[in-house]
Design a protein around this ligand. Structure first.
Ligand code: FE
Length: 180
């Protein structure tokens, strides 16, 4: 090639050209949430005293959920087993598992491996803990010997959201925007 100028101009134009073919018909629409930690307190769904979760993506089609967990109290949250991986990003505060010697702190990332059973605790010096979690499949609640006491999956989470949003005035269908 002797003169790259015209070719370069074309390349730049192409780079700024949006994809012009149709998206797959089966693809779900994207989801964009401006404030993952919401201003409106009603968006937080209470799951027990001083513990809330805020749904971001409730993937009924793939069986996982993205949510922000908020805890405003020291104590034991739950002992549970994960058949599938969990990813966490600590937005505020800190927490740990009784089974491990590390602490998840503000700004940190945590990977929880499939098969793991652990007990989530928030220590007394923590005023507020806020963590983004991707939970895949199921949270199986167990006693210290692993006997099952309950479970959560994306469908129980959807039910809890629907009930709370109906009760708080946002409307039962408020949850629908998070479901894919
Ligand atoms: Fe866990």
């Amino acid at each position: 090639m002797t003169n790259a100028e015209p070719r370069a101009a074309t390349t730049i134009d192409e780079r700024w050209q949006p994809y012009r073919r149709p998206q797959p018909a089966e693809a779900h629409p994207e989801l964009v949430i401006a404030a993952a930690v919401p201003q409106d307190e009603r968006v937080f769904v209470p799951i027990e005293e001083n513990v809330w979760f805020r749904p971001l993506l409730l993937s009924a089609s793939s069986g996982y959920w993205m949510s922000v967990l908020r805890v405003r109290r020291a104590g034991v949250l739950s002992r549970h087993r994960h058949p599938q991986p969990v990813h966490g990003y600590v937005i505020k505060g800190s927490w740990r598992y009784l089974e491990h010697d590390w602490e998840a702190r503000e700004g940190g990332y945590v990977y929880e491996a499939p098969g793991e059973t652990h007990t989530l605790v928030v220590d007394p010096h923590v005023e507020e803990m806020i963590t983004l979690f991707q939970v895949n499949g199921t949270m199986i609640y167990v006693d210290p010997d692993g006997a099952v006491t309950g479970f959560d999956d994306v469908f129980t989470r959807i039910d809890k959201c629907r009930a709370h949003y109906a009760a708080c005035g946002l409307g039962a269908d408020y949850v629908d925007q998070f479901i894919r």
